[in-house]
Design a protein around this ligand. Structure first.
Ligand code: DHE
Length: 514
């Protein structure tokens, strides 16, 4: 064949790839069968900006697929131009969000056919010292014996687990949420999945009620709060989340306030905090009042009493991220711009103080401890290499501890003199600072895997060991002696993100976030 013919043959071979991009048609042909026509997920995850926002290398995934999943590569059928157009298409918000009512949620419920609950733990390890490691590299959770560090089980989770799994108050069951709104229930004693349900189409986080009966699921899509029965994952209520003027709002996050027997949530798109009773007798709901910033304005919600009664507290600005003091009387929140903090007294329903918290404080990772007779809280900042330490008695800033870069997570333990703070962002992403809780000085900086992202610490039940993640696909959990700060074990894991110790979580250990 002459040179001309070769070029001609090559052009012909490329012809199907050269067709100009029609991403909607390409989506319908290649993606819809797994990810659903409306892009809200099917056997594959939802392909919407709310889920994909932080996923890097989408072009590569579409071209070459994802190993060890059903996601195939399409580079043989789609040109780079069409793949790029497809990426733009799936990063565009969906025009219409379908209803996701009690009926739809109920229909999504899948109880594991082979689940048989054990009468006692099927292992000899201390069930209170189990630590779960969420491995986002291949969507699994490893169940670690907190004494021997043996992996007792490794089970598959829904795609893109986010936030802390929530344990039943007795530590037997754990509930895990994915960004696509799936909630999975797992029985730690039996080492088996119990079932799963899609409680929302795009969800933020979950909270367990004080008595373990109800699980609240905070949703972005649709703008609702779903209440599930923890016993069987049945939806018992879907609450539309809308401001007082009727504007629908996403939920910034929901947490349980055990002493108050309530869930507390903040609205992301409206200046309101809601408190939802998880007990018909829950204290504040008898007042039936809401206090607003506008002088002297109170609104009665007298009719809304009983289980899941709601109370609104109006704030000056919407709160994006928040935290509580240990007795849940105060909520410490930050606004969307992340340039200041406010303290809201939940008993009287008013903002009572402002905090100097510039640089996007990540209050969801805050922890508290006793320092010199005062309770202090510390929070990292996502935009600045500092940790702010606040005195919770008078809401003053005690110190801004300078770090080698912005961090994501903090952890400590009642038995530990240290706070462990990662440096998640920037050139020092491979470091973890060890900070003295009294002097607030960095006493040591660990660098367990030079050049690799290191993040998120969790302690064992007795506080003797601290577990740190190497956030890489071929990552690890590094186990340190919490006193000597020496490495004692390295457990290979697939991008281990958060780690959660049963005892520390169910006892609300001071050194752990919610
Ligand atoms: Fe998180 C917890 C919000 C991005 C990993 N994250 C939380 C919580 C909130 C939150 C409100 C507390 C929920 C709970 O545990 O009940 N996260 C946000 C964001 O607003 C942000 C910045 C943007 C977003 O995409 O939502 C964000 N988070 C991330 C990530 O990019 C991380 C690093 C990787 C991932 O998995 O998406 C991430 N977030 C985590 C983890 C926790 C978490 C591991 C639980 C920490 C814990 O110790 O409890």
């Amino acid at each position: 064949m002459g040179q001309k013919e070769v070029l001609w043959a090559a052009a012909l071979a490329l012809a199907p790839l050269a067709v100009s991009a029609d991403p909607a048609a390409d989506y319908a042909e290649h993606c819809a069968s797994c990810h659903a026509e409306n892009r809200l997920g099917g056997t594959g995850p939802a392909l919407i900006p709310e889920t994909l926002g932080r996923v890097k290398g989408l072009e590569d995934v579409i071209a070459r697929g994802r190993p060890a999943t059903q996601m195939l590569g399409f580079e043989g059928e789609l040109s780079p131009e069409r793949i790029a157009a497809l990426v733009e298409f799936i990063k565009t918000p969906v025009a219409e969000v379908p209803a996701w009512t009690v009926a739809e949620i109920e229909a999504s419920r899948e109880m594991a056919p082979v689940y048989s609950p054990a009468a006692a733990p099927v292992f000899t390890a201390d069930p209170m010292n189990i630590t779960l490691v969420v491995e986002t590299g291949d969507q699994h959770i490893s169940v670690l014996d907190g004494d021997s560090f043996d992996v007792l089980d490794r089970f598959e989770t829904p795609y893109a687990v986010h936030g802390g799994p929530k344990f039943s108050p007795d530590g037997r069951y754990v509930f895990i949420m994915s960004r696509d709104g799936w909630v999975q229930k797992y029985d730690i004693w039996s080492l088996q999945e119990v079932g799963r349900v899609r409680a929302g189409l795009n969800s933020r986080n979950i909270a367990m009620s004080h008595d373990g009966q109800w699980l609240a699921v905070a949703n972005y899509l649709p703008q609702t709060l779903t209440i599930l029965s923890t016993a069987d994952l049945r939806p018992v209520k879907v609450i539309d989340v809308a401001a007082r003027d009727g504007t629908p709002s996403r939920v910034s996050a929901v947490y349980q306030a055990p002493q108050r027997k309530s869930f507390v949530l903040a609205l992301k798109d409206a200046p309101e905090i809601w408190e939802i009773a998880t007990d018909p007798e829950a204290g504040p709901f008898h007042e039936g009042l809401v206090h607003s910033h506008e002088k002297g304005m109170e609104e009665s919600f007298g009719a809304q009493r009983g289980l899941f009664a709601r109370r609104r507290i109006v704030t000056e600005e919407p709160l994006d991220d928040f935290f509580f003091d240990p007795d849940y009387r105060h909520l410490i929140g930050t606004n969307r711009e992340g340039n200041k903090g406010v303290v809201v007294n939940l008993d009287v329903g008013r903002e009572i103080a402002e905090l100097p918290l510039p640089g996007m404080p990540h209050l969801g990772s805050g922890i508290t401890w006793d320092r010199g007779g005062h309770k202090v809280m510390a929070t990292p900042h996502l935009n600045e290499g500092v940790l702010s330490v606040i005195d919770m008695d008078d809401w003053t800033l005690v110190r801004q501890v300078e770090t080698n870069g912005p961090g994501f997570f903090l952890r400590s333990h009642a038995t530990s003199p240290h706070v462990w703070a990662d440096v998640f962002f920037g050139p020092h992403k491979d470091e973890v600072h060890i900070i003295d809780k009294e002097t607030l000085e960095i006493v040591k900086t660990l660098n367990p895997a030079p050049g690799k992202t290191v993040a998120h610490t969790e302690f064992t039940r007795d506080g003797k060991h601290a577990l740190v993640s190497i956030w890489e696909d071929d990552g690890a959990v590094v186990v340190y002696d919490a006193k000597t700060l020496e490495e004692v074990r390295r457990l290979p894991m697939r991008k281990p993100s958060g780690k959660y110790n049963v005892w520390n979580k169910i006892t609300f250990e001071d050194g752990t976030s919610h």
